[in-house]
Design a protein around this ligand. Sequence first.
Ligand code: HGY
Ligand code: MN
Ligand code: MN
Length: 412
Amino acid sequence: VSDTNLRISGDRLINRLTELGRIGAAPGGGVRRIALTAADRDGRDLLVRWMKDAGLKVRVDRIGNIFGIRKGTTDLSPVMTGSHIDTVLDGGLYDGTLGVLAGLEVVECLNDADLQTERDLVIAAFTNEEGARFQPDMMGSLVYAGGLAIDEALTITDLDGQSVGAELEKIGYAGDMACGEIAPQAFIELHIEQGPVLEREATAIGAVENLQGISWTEIHIRGEANHAGTTPMEMRRDAGYCAAALACRVREITREIGNGQVGTVGTFTLTPSIINVVPGEARLTVDLRNADDTLLIEAENLLANCLDDLRQTERVEIDVRRLARFEPVAFDTAIVERIETNAARLGHACRRMTSGAGHDAQMMARICPTAMIFVPSRDGISHNPAEFTAPEYLIAGADILLQTVLDLTASS
Ligand code: HGY
Ligand code: MN
Ligand code: MN
């Protein structure tokens, strides 16, 4: 069944994005709904209420993934759409929430039109996509897709030693459904681009055909705290210098590798962090990404070589812990083509592109045909309170999601 004249309600979608954004609203603007905190719980509770009001059957699995199910007329395997509602510090209004709330808007639209789809339609909100507090990121969809055992995931702890399992219990989202119980026919995710490409090309829609590989590493450097004045330079085992040298080396590695290689040192703490003490310890994280896994491996090797050099020249101990490693994924060409066809039919410019960010779709691609729809981010900014996407683009993305879901839920 497909009704090409059906359109979503932009007001209802944007009002919900705004209302959800009030939960965890940070003092300086932006949103603070870190996974498995009270704010995440409140956001989840609001989403579940909206899902139930829309007549969806709500299920929660053991990693806390939320699924809103709209029955179809057949018992063929369902089509799933969705994303995440957890944020970074401090996040914007749209990262993740657009995909979940546009999915809910598709349901509302079908309800208003009293339209039955052949396949069930499932709206998903995956746990801890951001990986800000518990690593790896995309944790809920990774467990769901079978990439991480649930019992292992539940034992992962944050910097305060709180475990995923205990925190899920605390917020009331330690569900009983087995992870992966719902086996989708296809998965499609609407998301803001979070980069500058679509805006630069004044193009409303990205038909995402692949997503780059991600390598997250935690590095712990132990040298020797000492007096900043009396310790001769050649005697120092300066963990702070090593961490700084490493951060500079990450930037050089991106230049040496080229080809879209990116590298980020996002966390960086020195101990004791006192003006007149040579830092005895340093902890930092390195995020390396590339759409070509061979190049990503080369970047990882260059990083490892730098650590060996520092161990030698600076006589420090360096321990490395891998926090996440995801290979690049290619999305389903047939679904990408449907996105392009629907964009053209609705009169929106569309281009194929790669996702620089990780998404739940990266995990879902392991278990079913998957693709993503991108809409522009103003000034290419995201993971920042200034994150913004113009209403006409939010609506265009959701309308194309609606049409593509209608295509996919038809049994043919
Ligand atoms: O890191 C990412 O790309 C995603 O926002 N978790
Ligand atoms: Mn996201
Ligand atoms: Mn994000």
